[in-house]
Design a protein around this ligand. Structure first.
Ligand code: FAD
Ligand code: UDP
Length: 372
């Protein structure tokens, strides 16, 4: 008999399991259909001894001291500022678009004010800004939109940017300076010994039992529990009774190269070439030293494991139906990227899980997060 059955050992499930066991002394069983903990943030040493992220590059960043401090209980950190280059017209230029991107592409010597004036002259004002095309065209105009965003987005989502909510491309800002970091959050770091090691520490508690290679549906009638925390796809929980919620899938092609460095940046985006969107070289992220180097290409598609909820109005409307059902289901709590159909980063999922823990424990979120 368990107090809580937790479905999914990713960030959402692991934070809840950890808090419930360590903070409230609850007995928790966590099940995951995969063969490992960590969900999509899982990392492992490949056959050559290089630390890789099996499900694509995961870089931790957050503006929240509370979330960073909470995770710091389970890991030391390696400071890491992420940088991405896009290959456009044969050149590798910074993305997010910044002063150097513009000056390199156009052979200009603009300063910040000059870049602002230039973008103002090419931007096509959109009012209101509703979709992912509006955001970019409104900010940088059609030409840069086509060079950096249109092709990449069509490849990544199988949809035109005009068919996606504004929040998708709004994740990538424009910078009027030479800052070429992908994120500007106060906390940007990688777990010093990797994500999986951090998850291991989170779940290392006598009240937490872990059952891997187990689909929830196989065991739900056999395991007695008071409450359920569900972090899988919400439509699946309800047998897709209103129809399937669309999720975007990815295939990963991992390679190891017999040289120390493969490419000039941690991630190279390919907006207008190839079937893959980007290529990541892991040693930049992890700081590992090794004579060989491992990389991964990401190929988006419609079939396979669900990785991304697809933010667009009709999907939001369908999700709302499932959300209403979820809210009316007693003793079952839905949390995480798939269960709440939100395009969330890792830190946002941790925040969402800590908020739910606050609700379950009757404590304020900050008090719940600090409970030892
Ligand atoms: P998941 O990690 O998906 O965990 C859910 C778990 O539930 C899975 O392990 C799954 O196997 C299990 N499960 C599902 N259904 C069942 C079932 N029926 N029975 C048993 N188990 C089940 N975020 C960042 O902050 N920075 C990044 O750089 C970043 N990069 C990303 C790159 C890629 C390619 C992707 C796809 C995501 C990236 N993210 C990044 C987002 C990040 O992966 C998520 O925010 C986070 O992992 C979500 O955690 P979760 O627990 O909600 O879901
Ligand atoms: N995007 C783009 N070109 C780029 C980078 C991003 O068009 O070079 C768009 C694309 O639609 C992508 C979205 O912006 O899905 C968000 O990018 P981000 O890097 O945040 O995506 P994630 O890391 O979540 O895959």
């Amino acid at each position: 008999m368990f107090d809580y059955l937790v479905v999914g050992a990713g960030f959402a499930g692991s934070v809840l399991a950890e808090r419930l066991a360590r903070g409230l002394n609850k007995r928790v069983l966590i099940v995951d259909k995969r063969a490992h903990i960590g969900g999509n943030a899982y990392d492992e040493y490949d056959a050559h001894g290089i630390l890789i992220h099996r499900y694509g590059p995961h870089i931790f960043h957050t503006a929240s001291a509370e979330i960073f401090n909470y995770l710091s209980r389970f890991t030391a950190w390696r400071e890491y500022q992420h940088r991405v280059r896009a290959r456009v017209e044969g050149r590798l230029v910074p993305i997010p678009i910044n002063l150097d991107t513009i000056n390199t592409l156009y052979g200009t010597h603009l300063d910040s004010a000059g870049m602002k004036a230039f973008l103002a002259s090419v931007a096509e004002k959109r009012d209101p800004v509703v979709n992912s095309e509006d955001v970019v065209v409104n900010g940088v105009g059609r030409e840069l939109y086509e060079k950096f965003f249109r092709g990449y987005t069509r490849k990544q989502w199988g949809l035109d940017p005009s068919e996606l909510d504004a929040q998708v491309t709004a994740r990538v800002p424009v910078r009027f300076n030479r800052d070429d970091r992908y994120f500007t959050d106060a906390y940007q770091a990688m777990p010093a010994r990797g994500f999986t090691h951090m998850f291991g520490n989170m779940l290392d508690h006598p009240n937490i039992k872990i059952m891997l290679n187990t689909d929830y549906r196989e065991v739900r009638d056999e395991i007695r529990h008071d409450q359920l925390i569900f972090t899988g796809p919400v439509d699946e929980y309800f047998d897709c009774q209103f129809g399937k919620l669309p999720y975007r899938c990815l295939e990963f092609k991992h390679e190891t190269h017999h040289r120390p460095v493969f490419q000039d940046a941690p991630v190279v985006n390919y907006p207008n070439e190839y079937a893959y969107t980007r290529c990541t070289e892991f040693k930049y992220l992890t700081g590992q030293e090794h004579p060989l180097t491992s990389i991964v290409y990401e190929f988006p598609g419609a079939e396979g494991d669900p990785y991304y909820p697809i933010p667009r109005p009709d999907n939001a409307a369908l999700y709302k139906k499932y959300q209403a059902l979820a809210e009316a289901t007693p003793n079952v709590h839905f949390v995480g990227r798939l269960a709440t159909y939100r395009y969330y980063n890792m830190d946002q999922v941790v925040g969402q899980a800590l908020t739910l823990f606050g609700k379950l424990s009757g404590l304020k979120r900050a008090e719940g997060a600090a409970l030892s």
